[in-house]
Design a binder for this molecule. Structure first.
Ligand code: C5P
Length: 303
């Protein structure tokens, strides 16, 4: 029996995010293309003495912005997994953040996915893949994708997944802004901007899937699309300058990631990405800039 497990989990961007009308349950039907990129949080889960209960601590970038009580989605994930696996919840969780908090890259959902994968490793044979997928979907719309990673189409509210064939890899520049945006707030702003309009159901994009199959970065750049971008720009107009700066620096394409405010730029190759990253850093428009490759695997045990 192992006493401790360490799990690494990536961030996601949405290569396409098509948002349908507001549903009665407060969510929106989506057709999205999730793409896991190599910007990672790490979670360790350690058994502690009986009666200690669940504790969490958070280290790394933005650590102070992450709750350590039951508002923490990784804590909720561990409680739910323990309940399903009939295991004691005497566990200490440590989360080391590198994925921006409230950045539109599913950092919280990633931590939840990592916690589920960690629990499955701590308690072998107690949690099947479909148990994990069920708990993940109940925790949040992006959590199921981060169990698997890679590149996948998400439908429903994002939790119904179909793998996408993607050849080779892509090089991204991730530009992280100073203050986060609330995901429900960005969806609400989109509803406000669309008020009175006849909103069509969400749709896919065959040309995007062809670009992924061909591993063609230029074609992919032309097909990047995010319905939430107008809402994020409406709430944070300065993001338009970040998007312009990335394109002026030679990026093939740029997009707000999910509900923002993080922006993702597609480069020709790694060197091109590093050049754009240096250029974006010197603009002073963003808090930090990272290079990240995609697609990468989802939550995986590393120790
Ligand atoms: O599923 P998750 O908890 O990550 O969603 C956070 C919020 O984002 C929801 O409460 C909802 O306001 C919005 N959302 C949505 N439609 C989706 C996914 C999320 O409206 N498909």
């Amino acid at each position: 029996m192992i006493d401790s497990v360490r799990v690494r989990v990536p961030a996601k961007i949405n290569l396409r995010l098509s948002v349908g009308p507001l549903r009665a349950d407060g969510y929106h039907d989506l057709v999205t293309v999730f793409h896991a990129v190599g910007l990672y949080d790490e979670i360790s889960i350690t058994r502690v003495g009986a009666g200690s209960g669940v504790s969490a601590q958070v280290a790394g970038e933005d650590a102070s912005a992450v709750p350590v009580d039951d508002d923490n989605i990784a804590v909720r994930a561990v409680r739910e997994a323990a309940h399903r696996a009939r295991q004691p919840t005497d566990l200490a969780i440590t989360i080391t953040k590198c994925i921006p908090v409230a950045g539109g890259m599913a950092g919280g959902s990633a931590d939840a996915a990592a916690a589920l994968v960690g629990c499955a490793a701590l308690w072998p044979g107690t949690l099947r893949a479909d148990d994990l997928a069920g708990i993940a979907a109940a925790l949040g719309s992006d959590v199921p994708f981060l169990l698997d990673g890679g590149t996948m189409i998400g439908t429903g509210r994002g939790e119904i997944l179909t793998p996408v064939l993607a050849q080779g890899g892509f090089n991204w520049v991730i530009a992280v802004s100073d203050n986060g945006l609330s995901t429900p707030g960005v969806y609400a702003e989109l509803d406000r901007l669309r008020a009175g309009a006849d909103v069509p159901p969400p749709s896919g994009d065959d040309a995007l899937l062809r670009a992924l199959r061909a591993g063609d970065a230029k074609a992919l750049a032309r097909r990047l699309h995010n319905d939430l971008q107008s809402a994020a720009l409406s709430l944070r107009p300065t993001l338009a300058r970040v998007l312009d700066a990335g394109i002026e620096l030679g990026a093939l394409g740029g997009i707000v990631s999910g509900s923002g405010p993080t922006c993702a730029f597609l480069a020709r190759d790694r060197d091109h990405a590093l050049d754009i990253a240096v250029g974006l850093t010197t603009t002073g428009l963003v808090r930090l800039v990272r290079h990240a490759a995609g697609p990468v695997d989802g939550a995986r045990v590393i120790a």
